[in-house]
Design a protein around this ligand. Structure first.
Ligand code: HEC
Ligand code: HEC
Length: 354
């Protein structure tokens, strides 16, 4: 808004100054015609000019006054311009982000609206989680069957992954799942700008974070920022309900397997084979994410706290985790999605029950 207002003011000033110059030029031209010192009558340089009395009169003062006004315009105008420049720049940047987001929205839209149907699988334009028709092949029998594969909510994806990790997922897809590669790099149809637009769009649909020092920052760099308490309470209530129903024995187990947002807050969608299409095999036996059963995972972490820290931050490409692990960036961080207590419950479940 500020940027817009100063642009308008600048245009008005430019118009006024140009008009003033035109008026000045016309008057100057007209005055020049009547000049008595024209070449025909008397050469200008031969004319005895005005004496000091006359020269240092009101005309000179008027000109000096005009000079002071011009100087004031420059000395005030420049700092004012300098003052508004950062706002103009950030306004321009925001404008670009908004434009990218709206173009990204066109890509995100269902096929019927000319998009690439992210919305169709991921639960509409707000990306609240959905499912995708898919076929899986039984690796032993070779039998093929149609399934409905859960597509996680994307309105919290920036809570889980960094922007680079999301870019990687978009470019290369999730192998052996309905999520195909979209970037040219991964063999998909979209160039870098389109991927950027999708990222800008997904940023615009994130549930606003709470207690963030810089709400624009990467979710995981956002100090103290987390999913709104109401949403975390919803997760907790859903988990407690499942324990009450007798579906699971502990809140930790329920959180591990939680269906909310098509598994967006759970572990099972990556760590339990078949969970995503409703035919879970042994819990935690490994799918896209590693096998967590049999105590092997426990020995990959020196202490419980080390595992908690890993689950909070998620894996980072190339970075060490646990005793001798090296992250790939594919394990999401849960530190801004779940509360510390919830993470402790899950870790407790993984360490003692799997
Ligand atoms: C055919 C259905 C389908 C389409 C179309 C689709 N996705 Fe996906 N997407 C999925 C499924 C299913 C998963 C989860 C795969 C798994 O289980 O690991 C997924 C995973 C993701 C993830 C990772 C989220 C996470 O937390 O693990 C992102 C990000 C994503 N999709 C974004 C998009 C975007 C952006 C588009 C549009 C260009 C898109 N998807 C189109 C089905 C789809
Ligand atoms: C989007 C998929 C995904 C989700 C969701 C996910 N993980 Fe993972 N997880 C992975 C991948 C992939 C790895 C392997 C490490 C890597 O690639 O960086 C991993 C590694 C791990 C490890 C370390 C295994 C080892 O022995 O080194 C633990 C422990 C773990 N996950 C627990 C969890 C828990 C608990 C949750 C839920 C709160 C969870 N994961 C949710 C994908 C996922």
């Amino acid at each position: 808004m500020v940027a817009l207002a100063s642009t308008t003011i600048a245009i008005l000033i430019a118009v006024a100054v140009s008009a003033a110059w035109i008026v000045y030029a016309v008057f100057n031209w007209a005055a020049g015609r009547n000049e008595i010192g024209s070449e025909i009558e008397l050469a200008a340089n031969r004319k005895p000019y005005f004496d000091d009395e006359e020269l240092e009169g009101s005309r000179l003062e008027r000109m000096q006054f005009l000079g002071v006004i011009m100087l004031a315009t420059i000395t005030i105008g420049l700092p004012v311009y300098w003052l508004f420049e950062p706002a103009r720049q950030s306004g321009a940047e925001e404008g670009y982000q908004n434009r990218f987001a709206s173009w990204g929205g066109q890509l995100f839209a269902p096929t019927s609206e000319g998009g690439f149907n992210c919305a169709g699988c991921h639960g509409g334009m707000n990306g609240t989680g959905g499912a995708a028709p898919y076929t899986v092949t039984d690796s032993k029998t070779g039998e093929v069957k149609a399934v409905s594969w859960k597509a996680p909510a994307l309105n919290t994806v920036f809570y889980r992954f960094s922007e680079d990790e999301i870019r990687f997922i978009l470019e290369y897809g999730r192998p052996f799942s309905p999520m195909s590669p979209w970037g040219v790099k991964g063999g998909g149809p979209m160039n870098e700008q389109q991927i950027n637009n999708l990222i800008a769009y997904m940023k615009s649909i994130q549930i606003p974070r709470e207690n963030c020092i810089d709400p624009e920052a990467d979710a995981r760099a956002c100090e103290g920022g987390h999913l709104p308490v109401a949403e975390q309470d919803k997760i907790q209530a859903a988990a407690e309900q499942l324990v009450e129903d007798g579906t699971y024995d502990s809140v930790g187990e329920a959180l591990f397997n939680l269906d909310l947002g098509s598994g967006a807050f759970s572990c099972a969608r990556c760590h339990t084979p078949g969970w995503s299409w409703g035919e879970p095999g042994q819990t935690g036996a490994g799918a896209f994410g590693w096998n967590l059963t049999g105590g092997a995972t426990n020995s990959h972490f020196a202490t419980e706290q080390e595992m908690i820290d890993f689950i909070k931050a998620g894996s980072v490409y190339g970075a060490k985790y646990g005793v001798q692990g090296q992250g790939s960036g594919r394990m999401p961080g849960f530190g801004s999605l779940l509360t510390d207590a919830q993470i402790r419950e899950v870790v407790n479940y993984v360490r003692s029950e799997l």
